[in-house]
Design a protein around this ligand. Structure first.
Ligand SMILES: Nc1ncnc2c1ncn2[C@@H]1O[C@H](COP(=O)(O)OP(=O)(O)OP(=O)(O)O)[C@@H](O)[C@H]1O
Ligand SMILES: [Mg+2]
Length: 446
């Protein structure tokens, strides 16, 4: 795929460095005084990125020209966040496919490029709606680290272990790893060990020969065969039974496997991504998970944080899910703030479901806090502020009251400071030791 770029040399080089895909070729168009160049000087491109901050009038003329000359290609404008207001307002009037305001949109831009350039998508004319379900939203340090991890490890064939609570986005990460890898033209096949009776799991993974067991009427190819040249996503690996663990370990060690009831060694070129919401170390201690398999699977390992540990992403996610719903609705800052204060134990899945339901439930143009499920609002009522207002009815002890308030206080502080415990301890004027003691005391995961 060819990207035509009209920007300063520094910016063109910057993009070149950012984009890892080998399929992308950058064509840097030099700044021209007079852009009414004959069209055959403009090379063929799939996507043009035109920087408006470079030289507005020329860029504007170039966009018009590209539109006329290359109607089949995409043209996008790039502007800086601090660009002059009149540039920003013209941005909305221009005949362009998309615009990217930097640095805010740099991730979206990279994603658009990766998607356009992946072999699977190169044939597609446009990024279809619905594909944005693969976009990872968030700007908190932990999400940025996640993106970095995905970008670095996607090209590798080593197994990846994704650890995180339910609904934190493990499957999304697995898909992103696949899409950004050179296997993206191959399949990604998912299997959930928790949803499968143990005796069926082996059969699903490795397949069987006719007559391998009672009821095996015909030959069945297993997922390892079906995922050849692609990715096998093994979800809830902590639920995998011992026999399947042994077989999986063997595939990881030798690259070969056998169908049930067969002696023929089969080979398949599969990358394994496993996910778990259990702490596998505990499963090992309890004798339910093999240490050797754990080491094989966790060569590359990523821990996905709970949503409340990256609460600064909640507003972005809310807006994203509203947009994704395709229904035109607004939401006030106060409602977003109230939603940000909730602890979201079901993580992003819970937030997504709550927003989707609120979009449907809301009557006017604006989504209100009352449109959200009861659980979300209930949580608000148990906040310490409410308790103190309800003093008359409060029959609990003072100790209970203080502890409830203290717990809430630490959850909020954690939402605010995220991973930076040093800064958090400093702001709260307590030692880091004390901070960890309190977090542990109240069972707040950090
Ligand atoms: N960062 C994110 N940006 C946008 N959507 C997200 C993000 N993380 C998760 N989602 C969405 O939230 C939902 C839950 O994510 P996903 O299924 O990947 O979670 P999970 O960790 O696999 O959960 P479980 O352990 O319950 O299987 C999905 O619809 C997913 O698209
Ligand atoms: Mg999942």
């Amino acid at each position: 795929m060819k990207i035509l770029i009209y920007a300063s040399k520094e910016k063109a080089d910057y993009f070149r460095q950012l984009v890892s895909s080998n399929n992308v070729e950058f064509l840097h168009l030099e700044k021209k005084e007079n852009i009414s160049v004959p069209s055959d000087i403009i090379p063929y491109f799939d996507l043009a990125l035109i920087s408006l901050s470079f030289d507005f009038d020329t860029s504007y003329a170039l966009i018009q020209k590209l539109r006329e000359e290359r109607s089949g290609s995409k043209v996008a404008a790039i502007a800086e966040r601090n660009a002059a207001d009149d540039i920003m307002s013209k941005l909305f009037e221009m005949d362009i496919d998309d615009y990217f305001i930097l640095p805010d949109d740099s991730k979206r831009l990279l994603w658009a490029i990766e998607k356009l350039s992946s072999p699977k998508n190169i044939e597609k004319q446009s990024i279809k709606k619905g594909e944005d379900r693969l976009v990872i939203i968030g700007e908190s340090p932990s999400v940025l680290n996640m993106m970095k991890f995905i970008k670095k490890t996607a090209p590798s064939d080593l197994p990846v272990l994704i650890e995180g609570d339910s609904g934190t986005g493990k499957e999304l990460i697995a898909n992103a790893l696949h899409v950004q890898s050179s296997r993206s033209s191959g399949p990604i096949i998912a299997i959930n060990c928790g949803a499968m009776p143990h005796d069926l799991l082996e059969n699903e993974l490795f397949g069987h020969e006719k007559g391998a067991f009672t009821g095996a009427a015909g030959k069945k190819r297993g997922l390892f065969e079906l995922a050849d040249n692609g990715t096998l996503f093994i979800d809830e690996i902590g639920e995998m039974d011992g026999a399947s663990q042994v077989k999986l370990l063997r595939v990881l060690e030798t690259g070969t496997f056998r169908r049930l009831g067969s002696t023929e060694e089969l080979h398949s070129d599969v990358r394994i991504i496993a996910a778990t919401n259990k702490v596998l170390e505990n499963e090992i201690t309890a004798g339910r998970f093999r240490t050797d398999l754990y080491y094989r699977l966790s060569v590359l390992r990523i821990a996905v944080p709970a949503l409340r540990e990256r609460a600064s992403d909640i507003p972005l996610l809310i807006n994203h899910f509203i947009n994704q719903s395709g229904i035109d609705k607004n939401i006030s800052t106060e409602t977003i703030e109230a939603l940000t204060a909730y602890s979201w134990p079901g993580n992003i899945r819970e937030l997504k479901n709550a927003v989707n339901s609120a979009v449907v439930m809301s009557e006017g143009q604006e989504i209100k806090i009352s449109d959200f499920p009861e659980a979300v609002r209930k949580k608000q009522q148990t906040s310490p502020v409410q308790i103190s207002q309800d003093d008359g009815d409060n029959t609990g002890t003072l100790k209970n009251f203080i502890e409830t308030a203290e717990k809430e206080f630490f959850i909020r502080a954690l939402n605010k400071f995220g991973e930076n415990k040093t800064e958090m301890a400093k702001a709260l004027n307590i030692s880091r030791d004390m901070l960890y003691r309190k977090l542990n005391k109240y069972g707040i995961s950090y």
